[in-house]
Design a protein around this ligand. Structure first.
Ligand code: PEP
Ligand code: MG
Length: 317
């Protein structure tokens, strides 16, 4: 029976009415790629590229990044692989990206903000990604911590200028498909405008929850607020999914909630197209997808979105 369950996890997941839902893995290393495939990932929805930058006194070279991105993308064959650009800062400082002391690091210079203030380091990564995309057509790129249209425009402008410079030097480079993480409440409010400029959204519900609830995701005293099933967070997800669909782009979730099978039905009911999670969660979430019927999922989502409290939401799930 264990073997049967394992085989089932390797098949694509469709709802009872035949709607395909992409079930992807989150990776934090090259080694994770093998496990992701073995556990049934249909692709990689989030590569946390920080791992390449953490254990050293200086940023990894463009060449070593290029090689690692190619290795990860090639490990997945022709399955899609979304590499998130450096999301450092907050709780993960780096010595060579001197940030100075910040009183509120989670509200400070982290993620894309930090990259846009350290363009030299960011360019190395963008060059590596453009070159890797020339070799691996399954590679896509995602920017973290976007709040405003200006930030997205700046990031796209930089990517484009790196592309042109590579082309000019005769180095093979291809523009990847570009998406953004939606994890800052401002990005939810700006979702309609942002959706016009990218190919996909991926909702980072870990950070989105902490910012919507104004509650540190690592602080026990406010942990009762830090749930992605809070009605306020669910409404933000719904709003983001609507904006994505109106613009005709896909919307996924790559925060922890994507791996919780209790939440699968309601997320599908809100129109989420893709779920990316820790590989060990894949089998259970695929099972939940297969037990879901789109129309009743939509009804459940409507009911849940009308709930007033976390307790009511939990009772409905
Ligand atoms: C998130 O914020 O939900 C997310 C997936 O990113 P990280 O946990 O790496 O901040
Ligand atoms: Mg995040």
């Amino acid at each position: 029976q264990g073997e049967q369950a394992r085989m089932k996890a390797m098949e694509k997941a469709c709802t009872l009415d035949g709607r395909a839902v992409e079930i992807n893995a989150n990776l934090s290393s090259l080694e994770d790629a093998g496990q992701a495939l073995a556990l049934g990932a249909e692709g990689v929805g989030l590569v946390r590229s920080e791992f390449l930058f953490m254990d050293s006194e200086q940023p990894p070279s463009e060449q070593s990044q290029f090689e690692t991105y190619c290795q990860i993308a090639q490990a997945l064959g022709d399955k899609p692989v979304i590499i998130r650009t450096l999301d450092i800062g907050g709780d993960k400082p780096l010595t060579y990206l001197q940030q100075g002391e910040e009183e509120n690091p989670f509200l400070g210079c982290r993620g894309l903000r930090l990259c846009l203030q350290n363009v030299d380091v960011f360019r190395l990564q963008l060059n590596a990604l453009l070159r890797a995309r020339a070799k691996c057509s399954n590679l896509q790129v995602m920017f973290p911590m976007v709040a405003t249209m200006e930030e997205l425009n700046q990031a796209k402008y930089l990517l484009n200028s790196c592309y042109e410079a590579l082309q000019h030097s005769g180095i093979p480079a291809v523009m990847p498909k570009i998406g953004i993480m939606i994890e800052v409440p401002a990005a939810v409010a700006n979702a309609r405008q942002l959706a016009e400029e990218v190919s996909f959204f991926s909702i980072g519900t870990n950070d989105l929850t902490q910012y919507v609830m104004a509650a540190d995701r690592g602080n026990d005293r406010v942990s009762y607020l830090v749930s992605a099933a809070q009605p306020a967070v669910l409404r933000m997800i719904e709003q983001t999914a609507q904006a994505a669909h109106e613009a005709g782009i896909s919307v996924g979730i790559c925060g922890e909630m994507a791996g919780d099978p209790k939440l699968t039905e309601v997320l599908l009911g809100m129109g989420v197209n893709e779920l990316s999670m820790s590989p060990i969660r894949i089998a259970a979430v695929k099972q939940a997808v297969r037990a879901t019927e789109s129309k009743s999922a939509r009804m459940q989502a409507q009911e849940v979105l009308g709930a007033s409290t976390l307790k009511q939401v939990m009772a409905l799930l």
